[in-house]
Ligand binder design. Structure first.
Ligand SMILES: Nc1ncnc2c1ncn2[C@@H]1O[C@H](COP(=O)(O)OP(=O)(O)OP(=O)(O)O)[C@@H](O)[C@H]1O
Length: 268
């Protein structure tokens, strides 16, 4: 990606802070109860937990997509001032999100190129759109005719590549990856982790990676947090500084998440 991404300093300042979050879908039985978690700028935190415990709900709260019934969210030191379309644009665009299921997250009527360009168009960056779209697409390994296809004409892996590019389009200072690689094969997983890591390390963005693949998150992130420890206290395990060149084991397969240019990988 361009050097423009690298313009932001590696600050180490406040990135994402969730304090005392209670949230869910039924006020009488919230999914999250008094949950706190923070990720500093430049830091990669993996949130681990079993299926159904509330990880995606937490990710949606962090991305200002789900309003908690109690607690506060701070982005880059500023308290969130609204949720969904009512959030101020500067706060909404400070967070880039990648969801687990790209087919639910992508407009089926858009080509992959238009999908990647969506946030640029929505925020009026017309002059920048074509060049930036091409650059983002190349970074995630999508080129040529693939970019003219619609979601139903591509694989899950190819669509998730476009969704990762879309999440990076506005150069977010905070990235939330909710089971980003859950549906992907080993080589696509490695390629997309490498893209996110490359972006994070060059920009100093804060990363919250949510999942249940402990081995992957321990290799990818600076520390992991077990979901069960988040209520009324925080416990974490530190790792070797998110070494993106490490061998990553996931699902029994050895993955290489090194800085291989994603464009060189087959778009899976
Ligand atoms: N839109 C919704 N309406 C009602 N209940 C929901 C909704 N979304 C999730 N839930 C429930 O909230 C709980 C937490 O769901 P969530 O998706 O946050 O868990 P998760 O840890 O991300 O699970 P997984 O790892 O399987 O994706 C589950 O019991 C789920 O059934």
């Amino acid at each position: 990606m361009s050097n423009a991404d690298a313009a932001a300093p590696l600050a180490g300042g406040p990135g994402l802070e969730l304090r005392g979050i209670t949230a869910g879908y039924d006020r009488r039985a919230p999914v999250l109860r008094d949950v706190s978690l923070s990720v500093r700028e430049g830091e990669a935190v993996g949130l681990l937990g079993p299926s159904g415990c509330g990880k995606s709900t937490l990710a949606r709260v962090a991305a200002l997509l789900h309003r908690p019934s109690a607690g506060t969210v701070h982005l880059l030191g500023e308290r969130a001032a609204g949720w969904r379309h009512r959030a101020p644009r500067a706060q909404r665009t400070a967070v880039g999100v990648v969801f687990q299921q790209p087919r639910l997250a992508a407009d089926p009527g858009l080509t992959l190129a238009a999908l990647i360009a969506e946030p640029l168009r929505a925020t009026g960056r017309k002059t920048e759109t074509a060049g930036r779209t091409e650059e983002l697409a190349a970074a995630v390994g999508l080129t040529g005719e693939l970019l003219t296809r619609r979601p139903h004409e591509v694989s899950d892996g190819q669509l998730q590549r476009a969704c990762v590019a879309r999440a990076l389009a506005l150069r977010p200072r905070i990235l939330v990856c909710d089971e980003m690689t859950a549906m992907l094969d080993a080589s696509t997983t490695a390629a997309l982790v490498a893209v996110v890591e490359d972006y994070r390390q060059r920009t100093g963005a804060a990363l919250l990676a949510v999942g249940h693949d402990r081995t992957l998150l321990e290799r990818w992130c600076d520390r992991t947090v077990a979901y069960r420890t988040l209520q009324g206290g925080q416990e974490d395990e530190r790792h070797g500084a998110g070494d993106a060149s490490a061998e990553v084991e996931a699902g029994g397969e050895a993955l290489r998440s090194g800085r291989r240019a994603p464009a060189d990988t087959s778009a899976g």
